[in-house]
Design a protein around this ligand. Structure first.
Ligand SMILES: O=C(O)c1cc(=O)[nH]c(=O)n1[C@@H]1O[C@H](COP(=O)(O)O)[C@@H](O)[C@H]1O
Length: 240
């Protein structure tokens, strides 16, 4: 299995050229990146190749959610791109997650990618869970349930907020936590947020950061400060 990186920078850009320009201008060479729906639906698999040639570890975040057969076959195609991390929605159920595991194993040409299951999006809060999804359980309870379901289906870890990271780690699953914000910055559409320091304290294995870096005055410095806060490792190269 591939290795999970501590910090993924979310490449939420409209085009590949804008994403690459941003990385170049801000000297974010070969940092781990997350390619999501916006960029992948525009550029497709050649974007993955472009980033790999530039040495970036890649989390391909397409959050698959469909019937088991479709997800299994789609996952086989994604795994063949030789990315490091892929994901599905846990809400698709155990059979769908088992199909995803099989797809990842069959499609991998090299070491297989890590497969994560999204439990409850960080843009969701308790009120939405009750009023819009009609679930009468607390978010931590739902996350715990999906984490166990994912584990029993052979998935490697889950995506959750920092606030549920501890309970996920109690199940010995990997915990990747987006919804990262610094101090008093804009939280945008996120609901369950936390800082990189709190993510570390709560035992998160990996964080995803987008706008806190993209909208920073100096994205290069901010990226390295976030990485240091989360890992406690000073990357001297980062402050050149
Ligand atoms: O799977 C994800 O990466 C993800 C799951 C989740 O629950 N919340 C979440 O924000 N994300 C992704 O993480 C990134 C967060 O972006 P920022 O809010 O700009 O840091 C986006 O690319 C989201 O698609």
């Amino acid at each position: 299995m591939k290795q999970l990186q501590p910090v993924y920078f979310a490449l939420d850009f409209p085009t590949g050229n804008e994403a690459i320009d941003f990385l170049q201008v801000n000297r974010l060479d070969a940092i781990p990146v997350k390619v999501g729906m916006e960029l992948f639906y525009k550029e497709g698999p050649p974007m993955i190749q472009r980033l790999k040639e530039r040495g970036h570890p890649i989390f391909l975040d397409l959050k698959l959610h469909d019937i088991p057969a479709t997800v299994g076959r789609a996952m086989r195609n994604l795994a063949s791109l030789d990315v490091d991390v892929v994901n599905v929605h846990a809400q698709g159920g155990a059979a769908m997650m088992r199909a995803a595991v099989q797809g990842v194993e069959e499609g991998a040409t090299n070491e297989r990618p890590i497969l994560l299951a999204v439990t409850m999006l960080t843009s969701t809060d308790q009120e939405m869970v009750e009023r819009e999804m009609l679930l009468d359980n607390s978010i931590p309870k739902v996350v715990r349930h999906y984490t166990n379901l994912a584990k029993n289906s052979g998935v490697d870890g889950v995506v959750c907020s920092v606030h549920e990271a501890e309970l996920v780690k109690n199940t010995a699953m990997l915990a990747l936590t987006p919804g990262i914000r610094l101090g008093s910055g804009d939280i945008h559409d996120q609901k369950r947020i936390a800082s990189p320091d709190v993510a570390r304290e709560r035992g998160s294995d990996s964080i995803v950061v987008g706008r806190a870096i993209r909208e920073a005055d100096d994205p290069h410095v901010t990226y390295h400060q976030i990485k240091e806060a989360f890992t406690h490792e000073i990357d001297h190269k980062g402050f050149n």
